[in-house]
Write a protein that binds this ligand. Sequence first.
Ligand SMILES: [Zn+2]
Length: 305
Amino acid sequence: MLNKEIVDLALNKIKTRRLDSEALAYSFFEKAMQNDEFKENFKQIKHAEIQNAKSEAYGEKPQYDIKKLQQKQDEILKKLKIDKKSITPHYTCKKCNDIGYVDGKMCSCLKHEINLILYEKSGLSKDIRCFDKCDFSIFDNPENTKKLYTVLKNWCDKENNYTNVILIGKTGAGKTYVMECMANDLIQKETLVYFTSAFELNQNLLKYHTTFDQTKGQFIAMLLEPDYLFIDDLGTEPMLKNVTVEGLYNVLSERMREGKKTVISTNLTPQQIQDYYGDRIFSRLLSQNNSLVLNVENSDLRLKK
Ligand SMILES: [Zn+2]
């Protein structure tokens, strides 16, 4: 389960929306109820609904013409100068009526709210970087950068694709920039996205490793639960014994088992990845079956399949 605190925070936002629209509708309804004619008609509608439901249960024809009663209600509201739409709540999300779940599954609106919170936490840049607004002229080699972006945009668009994307290249090659474009693109698709630096990830793995009560899980929930995990700058984090390599391996394995996608940027060369993290992580990250490995260096795109 995703960090409960974050889900609750997101759910609260949605709940507030629901209560607000209900309170607003109720205020108009109460105003209408002060009118005797409306009140009487409203009672009749409720009575008719119950009686018709009973008839239906006995397999009989409905006795009351609810449509007619509702037309009358509309007329009364018109006289009272109250918009007929205003007496029923208008939920922001039509899919879940601002409950956050549909058939026990997270509604897209809840995922969106969670993304906004994760977005805040992840420190993604405020000036939203996205594929559409990308200015390629700022790169040394605009044409190659464009090609790279097309490949990555395609990866974001397709569901059945490589599980991992590994972006290799020196600092300043634009890896973080393109990762932010990808993250923003995926957030628009209402999937759960978490963007973190390798340093922060390492800190969470350490907290997980050194916590022994039930709060332990929260430190890796954010790494395991999201549909997409972005890890920026792998290799810049300190190597902690029994934590860094083991933790990363567990996160990657668990995510791959669940079919969840991970995007990693690193300054390290493939050889250095093998040296620092060992064969098990190397084979997971650079296996040609699982990973799309791209060399971003100098925007010189080399595609390895
Ligand atoms: Zn919804």
